[in-house]
Every structure is written in structure tokens, then in C-alpha cells.
Write a protein that binds this ligand. Structure first.
Ligand code: 5GP
Length: 204
């Protein structure tokens, strides 16, 4: 009686580096709170880290390749983050929407603004650390990045946190399990919005 619209939707996640966004998104993808969830694979000019795979973690591009694709309008959003270029391919987003997928995008605050503007029906979630002190502790404890990268990420954090007010939801990651459950709840609620169905009325 109530058929789904057939069109998917986008869920954007941003956070200061070290807030736990990727861990939360990975766990939510594993638990599958709603059908058809997929992770958007971005393109980047950042060098590949040990253990990362082409096409699974990112599409790793040279600056020339990134720029020529950008000029051809192949990105729905792009930004320079911590000295490297990152972008979401138009093809990734359009295919997911056409196939009725719930596409999760892990992108920075500049990219999130572009997505909100281009896709007003998208959903945005800001993942925040409980405090800047906790953020610093987490960045150091994960021991992945050189000191200068940690400092650059910490310097960028206050500006990123000041963007939280533009998002639909804020999830403070104090306790990982609670944060994962909050994101699952957001996805379930968003999946059931009237605008996701073929019905008349104000949102249909
Ligand atoms: P990392 O290099 O640690 O994987 O990611 C660094 C930052 O770039 C993170 O804040 C991440 O969300 C952001 N990022 C990753 N992919 C994209 C993208 O396609 N677009 C934008 N705007 N930011 C991205």
C-alpha cells in the first residue's frame, strides 16, 4: 500500500580528525540498521597509507588527474583538507540514488556544505569529541600520524567544531557503543520519513 519512492538518500558524516567518525561509520555499516547501505568511496591526492587499497579506501589520483576530473565536472563536491585534495565522484552519488541506496559519505565540513546545497534532501551528522583534550589524546594514542600532522589536525579542530550548527544531527562520541546506537537510530528514523515514500501530502 505504501511504496518506497525508489530513490535513495545521502547521509553525510563530518568530524574533526580523531573524533571516531570512521570507527562509528564502519560499525554501523556492519550492523546494517537499514537496507541498502553503502559507503561512498572518495577520490584523493593523499598518498596511500600502509594497508589502504585502491577502490576500497579511496581512488588514489595524481594532482593532474584530480584537477582534470574536477574541470570536467566529475565531482559533486571537493575540498582541500590537511594539504591534500579530496572529492566525491558524481557517478558514485548518482548511481546510489538511482538504485535506492542509503549512501554514507565521510567528508569534511567544506564538502558537507556543498552536499547540503546540492542535495537538500540529504541528511548530515556531525560527530564531535567530548572535548578538545580527549581529541588530542585520541590522536596521539592511535599513533598513526607524524607529530606535524597531529598538530595540523588539532589546529583545524576548533574551526571544524564551529560548523556543527549547520548539521541535522550532532553525535558526541564519548562512549563508542552509545554513539553507534545514536547513528543507527538516526538512520532508521530517516529511512522512515514520509518523503522516502510515494504518497501525496506536504512531503510526498
Ligand atoms: P583521511 O586522509 O584521514 O582519510 O581524511 C582526511 C579528511 O578528509 C577527513 O576529514 C575526511 O572526512 C575528509 N574527506 C575524505 N574524503 C573526502 C571527500 O570526498 N570530500 C571531502 N570534502 N572530504 C573528504
Amino acid at each position: 500500500m505504501f511504496e518506497r519512492s525508489g530513490r535513495g538518500f545521502l547521509v553525510v558524516f563530518s568530524a574533526p580528525s580523531g573524533a571516531g567518525k570512521s570507527t562509528i561509520v564502519r560499525e554501523v555499516l556492519r550492523r546494517k540498521p537499514v537496507p541498502g547501505m553503502e559507503l561512498s568511496i572518495s577520490a584523493t591526492t593523499r598518498p596511500r597509507r600502509p594497508g589502504e587499497e585502491e577502490g576500497r579506501d579511496y581512488y588514489f589520483l595524481s594532482e593532474e588527474e584530480f584537477e582534470s576530473r574536477r574541470e570536467r565536472g566529475e565531482f559533486v563536491e571537493w575540498a582541500e583538507v590537511h594539504g591534500h585534495l579530496y572529492g566525491t565522484l558524481r557517478r558514485t552519488v548518482e548511481e546510489a540514488l538511482e538504485e535506492g541506496k542509503v549512501l554514507l559519505l565521510e567528508i569534511d565540513v567544506q564538502g558537507a556544505r556543498q552536499i547540503r546545497r546540492a542535495f537538500p534532501e540529504s541528511v548530515s551528522v556531525f560527530v564531535a569529541p567530548p572535548s578538545l583534550e580527549v581529541l588530542e589524546k585520541r590522536l596521539r594514542e592511535r599513533g598513526r600520524d607524524p607529530e606535524e600532522d597531529i598538530e595540523r589536525r588539532l589546529e583545524a579542530a576548533p574551526k571544524e567544531l564551529s560548523e556543527a550548527g549547520y548539521y541535522d544531527y550532532i553525535v558526541v562520541n564519548e562512549d563508542l557503543e552509545e554513539a553507534v546506537r545514536a547513528v543507527e537510530a538516526i538512520l532508521v528514523a530517516e529511512y522512515h520519513r514520509t518523503c522516502r515514500f510515494k504518497v501525496g501530502g506536504k512531503m510526498g
